[in-house]
Design a protein around this ligand. Structure first.
Ligand SMILES: [Zn+2]
Length: 66
C-alpha cells in the first residue's frame, strides 16, 4: 500500500463541531505555559493539535499527562 505523505498525519476522529467523524490534520506543537513563573524550563509542554479538515475546528491537547 502506498501512503501519500502530505507533511502531516491525517487521521479520522470525532469532531465535536461536525458531530461526526472527520479527517483531521494532526501535528505536535511546543507551547509555553506562561502561568508558572518558576521553573520556566519546564513550562514548555508538547501539545497535540488536531484540525478538522471539514470545518477547520482546532483542538489541542496536552500530551504529557500519562
Ligand atoms: Zn469539524
Amino acid at each position: 500500500m502506498a501512503t501519500k505523505n502530505q507533511g502531516f498525519k491525517a487521521i479520522v476522529e470525532l469532531c465535536d463541531n461536525c458531530e461526526r467523524e472527520t479527517s483531521h490534520e494532526v501535528s505536535v506543537e511546543i507551547r509555553t505555559e506562561s502561568k508558572k513563573q518558576e521553573n520556566a524550563e519546564f513550562s514548555r509542554e508538547p501539545y497535540r493539535v488536531s484540525k478538522c479538515q471539514s470545518c477547520g475546528e482546532e483542538t489541542s491537547q496536552r500530551m504529557n499527562n500519562a
